[in-house]
Design a protein around this ligand. Structure first.
Ligand code: SF4
Length: 76
């Protein structure tokens, strides 16, 4: 089964940090970015890992800017 791609579009992200505050297992603040934009800790989500898929799907809803996507789908 193909891995699912979890990504953050930095052009859309404004860096208020809801993602890494509420899903620190998936995101962390990029240490070099002054705006608080995140790195994705698990960019390739295993579809067989139901807990990880659920957390990734939930993370789409955490982002008020809809900057997070899973396989190209945002929380919009
Ligand atoms: S919640 Fe969305 S806009 Fe805010 S830092 Fe995370 S990805 Fe960026």
């Amino acid at each position: 089964m193909d891995l699912m791609r979890l990504e953050v579009d930095w052009d859309v992200c404004v860096g208020h940090g809801q993602c890494y505050l509420r899903a620190p297992q998936l995101f962390e603040p990029n240490p070099d970015d002054d705006w608080g934009k995140p790195d994705v800790l698990v960019p390739d989500v295993d579809p067989a890992d139901e807990a990880q898929v659920a957390a990734a799907r939930k993370s789409l809803q955490l982002c008020p800017e809809f900057a997070i996507t899973l396989d190209g789908v945002s929380g919009r």
